[in-house]
Design a protein around this ligand. Structure first.
Ligand code: B12
Ligand code: SF4
Ligand code: SF4
Length: 374
């Protein structure tokens, strides 16, 4: 039997509990069809935009329609949690400045999932038959598409989910559930938000307006069209997802990006606006702030970090998604691209002694970029 909530009862529990759970956005949609942009998703795969991320292709139809994986689901809860409030100017000068802002603290898979499970526990206290299957990132769901449908924000031309007050520095999670609502028309979109949005002077218009800053600024031209990223060209894929190889012709485009890329969010006016108004609301969960232990490290340490040290340092952080070889390779590319001639003796040693052939080859390239052996 599916539990049935009234809209006011659902709103009451969510609005009372979400702030305690440090969730910034919560929404719900009835699960009565495919994801709203399922066709755009299929087209994206057909155009081979997934950059070798084969797990996406393998779950093609499950992602298009969550009822395939969860036949008993009646609704989909969607959650958002800030990791930064807008995009305040970069103050760091150490290696962490080369790491995307989402990845400087604790692993969001753990932090957000814990918060979501806690809120689901709150809901279960009210509707004991509630069954829910929460997923952060790794489930076969088009999280941005559902977040937009549930009223958490809009999908910008950079493909990010943007909340009009909070910007796009948000993680998302979803949970298919067996919860039904007696009157879906009475459900507010979203159920809860930590910050009110500005009144929209032009309802119904494309929130990006005539802006194309993200498309113009992307270092690799990965935003091939509005709301279409070619993952194979995205620096986020190169630096986080691709373990063995680094595209040799385009290493210079990586610039000073060690892990992930924030350019298409840094230039977004919605994030500048969010940063200006950040003092009007509670700060993001401190779990996403830079970890103290990271301060002990330097770029040079990363170039020679072995698997044991990598595990000790990064096990519960987003950097764990890479392999130690991938991180060493990225550190070498950053050293070359930022003109770190002081690191040439160390890079020469890596070129000779690193156990990984790809890392040795990138080190040789980096030495050449830096003006030969010292
Ligand atoms: C694969 C993946 C990537 C790939 C591909 C990204 C991409 N744009 O497709 C790579 C490795 C490049 C990547 C990079 C990043 N990612 Co990522 N990624 C994912 C993952 C696992 C799947 C995304 C996916 O299905 N892509 C396929 C495309 C087709 O889908 P989509 O981008 O979601 O697009 C949908 C919407 O655009 C929607 N849509 C809505 N309105 C409209 C209107 C029109 C006209 C159209 C055509 C489409 C459309 O339709 C599309 C299909 O449903 C999700 C988690 C998840 N399970 O959803 C995280 C996720 C999208 N990533 C996230 C993050 C944080 C990032 C990075 C910022 C990390 C970084 N700093 O390096 C970058 C951002 C780069 C970018 N501009 O997208 C967050 C996004 C949060 C947010 N506020 O949007 C997610 C949701 C993870 C999470 N749980 O928080 N990512
Ligand atoms: S994350 Fe960087 S490389 Fe990827 S689309 Fe955005 S700006 Fe381009
Ligand atoms: S930079 Fe401009 S076009 Fe890109 S997502 Fe932001 S508002 Fe939209």
């Amino acid at each position: 039997m599916s539990p049935v909530a009234t809209a006011p009862a659902l709103v009451a529990v969510v609005r009372r509990r979400a702030p305690e759970r440090r969730l910034d956005l919560v929404g719900i949609v009835p699960l009565i069809g495919q994801a709203p942009h399922a066709e755009a998703w299929r087209r994206w795969l057909d155009r081979r935009r997934h950059g070798g991320l084969d797990y996406l292709e393998r779950t093609r139809e499950e992602r298009a329609d969550p009822r395939r994986r969860n036949p008993e689901a009646r609704s989909l809860l969607v959650f958002g949690q800030r990791y930064t409030d807008g995009w305040p100017a970069e103050e760091r000068a150490d290696w962490l400045a080369t790491v995307s802002r989402y990845a400087r603290g604790r692993d969001y898979h753990d932090v957000l999932l814990r918060a979501v499970k806690a809120l689901l526990g709150d809901l279960r206290a009210e509707w004991p038959e509630l069954r829910a299957f929460p997923a952060v990132d790794t489930g076969p769901y088009l999280e941005r598409d559902w977040a937009e449908a549930a009223g958490l924000g809009f999908v910008g031309r950079n493909t990010c989910l943007i909340h009009e007050a909070l910007g796009s520095g948000l993680f998302l999670a979803v949970a298919p559930t067996n919860l039904d609502v007696d009157d879906w028309t009475a459900v507010p979109r979203p159920l809860y938000q930590v910050a009110e949005r500005p009144a929209d002077p032009r309802p119904g218009t494309d929130r990006c307006g005539s802006c194309t800053r993200c498309l113009d600024a992307c270092p690799t031209g990965a935003i091939v069209a509005a709301r279409e990223v070619d993952a194979g060209r995205c620096l986020s894929t190169w630096t986080i997802e691709w373990q063995g190889r680094a595209p040799s012709d385009e290493r210079a485009d990586q610039g000073a990006r060690l892990f992930g890329c924030d350019v298409c969010q840094e230039v977004c006016p919605w994030n500048a606006r969010a940063a200006r108004q950040a003092d009007r609301r509670p700060p993001p969960d401190p779990a996403y702030g830079p970890l103290g232990a990271h301060a002990e490290l330097t770029l040079a340490d990363l170039m020679v970090m072995d698997a044991g040290e990598f595990r000790r340092r990064f096990r519960r952080t987003p950097l764990w998604r890479q392999h130690p070889e991938g991180l060493r390779r990225n550190a070498l590319v950053v050293a070359a691209n930022t003109g770190r001639r002081d690191l040439r003796p160390l890079i020469a040693r890596v070129a000779e002694q690193d156990p990984d052939a790809e890392v040795r080859s990138v080190a040789t390239w980096a030495l050449a970029e830096l003006g030969g052996e010292s």
